[in-house]
Design a protein. Structure first.
Length: 573
């Protein structure tokens, strides 16, 4: 009885009776070992001093070993039973069977989490390290990547979870491409930075987004360029609620401006970015204005009130088919909105103005692109005026991932709804860049401006949109032709098969930043440009589409309408 009393007391004090058996882990096993050693030590000491009244010490040593084996063994057995029950429930309820790619520290932590979760069934590890292959970790076998196809044939699994959070894009692409032949869903753990900062947990598994695989590895920004026109300055962002504008606001807030003024036409967009900044940058001095860049008086009052030093002009209509169908309003907003911003900036001695432009302004085949080239001409002409103290620059780049008009969110929505993906042409290609990287480069490019330059961002390698759609389908665990199809609808009016960034490809010069190039493209002197703009404005007021096109082509000689392009092709046949 004394032996049982001593052990019961020590086990109680060490908390052996508290843990839930099904979640037995290494910490509990350590506690059991300590409890057995302490209780056995007490009993052996008592036996030493009271030899006649106590059991022999050899019996107590054997008892300690048996206690250790039985206490730990019973709990591990119960834990194993619960684990098997979880697997059975998972298979009955069609819960996903998972293979973890990566048997490192993160992979093992994820495995422990999944093993205790009845909603998942953990099947195996996969790892590139030959020293780990065919070994068993936490009761789970480690396979080589080359064995995955055979493993899927024998024991079909549903998910592969990438548990290597610090993977670079190139390696992640390689792994995913090797998995795309299997009818599985590919998931991933959060980025390592978010795990370490506590923003995300290892077991917060999410789908791999195609945006993580596109483009190149981002390079570190030049800190002195990022802060030059922003830190300690009063900054205004027009169109601050849009895809690019809102990200500009976030990055500017991080760079600690004197104040940030957000100028936005759409009430809900302004509300969202204002709320976002309030939650994440509590010390930021910010001002949110509902306003239209066509309202020059209001714009001037805002600039004067806050003594703005830097302006990023992103407000514009950018949707090609909509601007094509609403030519007058599209041209008026894009051209005269830019004219208002630029002239107001110059009149109020704003130090820096950066116009956000697009690759569609190069040899445009649609009204949106032609209107953006006109906006560029306005900024170039005003920058050349001798009495202007404002340093004006233009930054031109291609498609950004997950912007409001990007194909990626549209494809994602169609896949989620199991609708066929609609694509205008099988061979259409585009350049892509993430919104954060594009904005960082915009800020840095603007800081290098001396006046009137057109900066071009290195967009990486072009992407075939058909291949992009195919990859998104596979990442979702679907099969083309069985679960979903891709419908080719035909090019829309003014849509190109490919985009360009430079009118004259021989005039791109390197800058201090390896991903930013500079060009001094041709433009009209302000007095000549004014006359042509007055003619264009006259056609806008008359809503004369034929006159609009003619006037645009007078301003932008490279502009060709879809009808003209089709006519040229017909004449060559």
């Amino acid at each position: 009885m004394g032996l049982i009393a001593v052990k019961t007391l020590v086990f109680f004090l060490k908390g052996i009776y508290s843990p839930v058996v099904r979640y037995t882990g290494l910490e509990f096993l350590s506690s059991v070992l300590q409890a057995v050693l302490y209780s056995s030590g007490v009993l052996i000491s008592l036996a030493y001093f009271q030899r006649d009244a106590f059991l022999p010490r050899s019996v107590l040593i054997i008892d300690a070993l048996l206690t250790l084996v039985l206490v730990i063994g019973v709990r591990l057995l119960i834990r194993s039973v619960f684990h098997r029950l979880n697997i059975y429930v998972s298979s009955v309820d069609k819960e996903p069977t998972i293979v973890i790619y990566g048997a490192g520290v993160v992979g093992c932590q994820l495995a422990r989490s999944l093993q205790n979760d009845p909603h998942y069934r953990l099947l195996a590890f996969v790892d590139d390290n030959p020293d780990l292959q065919q070994r068993v970790i936490q009761g789970i076998r480690v396979y080589s990547p080359s064995q995955l196809t055979l493993l899927h044939q024998k024991r079909a699994f549903d998910w592969v979870v990438l548990a290597i959070p610090n993977l670079d894009k190139a390696r992640k692409r390689q792994i995913i491409e090797s998995l795309e032949t299997l009818p599985i869903v590919i998931k991933t753990v959060p980025p390592l930075s978010k795990i370490l900062s506590g923003e995300a947990a290892i077991n917060q598994i999410r789908s791999v987004d195609v945006s993580e695989l596109l483009g190149r590895e981002e390079i570190l920004p030049h800190a002195e360029l990022l802060g030059k026109n922003v830190t300690g300055k009063a900054v205004l962002v027009t169109g601050g609620g849009g895809s690019i504008g809102s990200e500009l606001c976030r990055q500017i807030a991080f760079l600690k401006p004197k104040c940030l003024v957000i100028y936005e036409l759409n009430e809900f967009s302004l509300y969202k970015i204002d709320l976002d900044l309030s939650e994440n940058y509590a010390d930021l001095r910010k001002y949110a204005y509902l306003g239209n860049v066509l309202d020059r008086n209001h714009l001037a009052r805002v600039i004067q009130q806050h003594q703005i030093e830097t302006i990023y002009h992103t407000a514009a209509y950018k949707h090609v088919p909509l601007v094509e169908a609403n030519a007058s309003q599209g041209i008026y907003t894009n051209v005269w909105g830019t004219l208002n911003v630029a002239q107001t900036a110059i009149e109020n001695s704003v130090s820096n103005l950066v116009l956000i432009s697009t690759d569609k302004a190069v040899r445009p085949t649609n009204i949106m692109g032609a209107s953006k080239r006109c906006a560029e001409l306005v900024v170039q002409a005003l920058a050349a005026l001798p009495d202007s103290s404002t340093c004006c620059a233009i930054v031109r780049f291609g498609n950004v991932l997950d912007s409001s008009g990007s194909v990626v969110p549209r494809f994602r929505e169609q896949i989620a709804q199991r609708k066929n993906i609609t694509l205008t042409h099988r061979d259409i290609i585009r350049y892509f860049m993430s919104i954060p990287e594009a904005v960082r480069l915009v800020i840095q490019a603007g800081a290098m401006a001396e006046g009137g330059e057109v900066f071009l961002l290195d967009m990486g390698e072009p992407v075939r949109i058909y291949d992009l759609a195919l990859q998104m389908i596979r990442l979702s665990g679907l099969e083309l032709g069985q679960d979903i199809d891709i419908e080719i609808t035909g090019l829309r009016p003014g849509e190109k098969l490919y985009e360009e960034l430079l009118i004259d490809t021989d005039k791109a010069c390197p800058t201090a930043h390896p991903k930013i190039f500079c060009a001094l493209e041709h433009f009209l002197a302000w007095d000549k440009l004014q006359i042509k703009l007055e003619q264009l404005l006259n056609y806008i007021q008359l809503n004369d589409r034929q006159g609009l096109v003619k006037s645009l082509q007078d301003l932008v000689p490279e502009y060709r309408t879809p009808q003209q392009i089709a006519g040229n092709l017909s004449s060559k046949k």
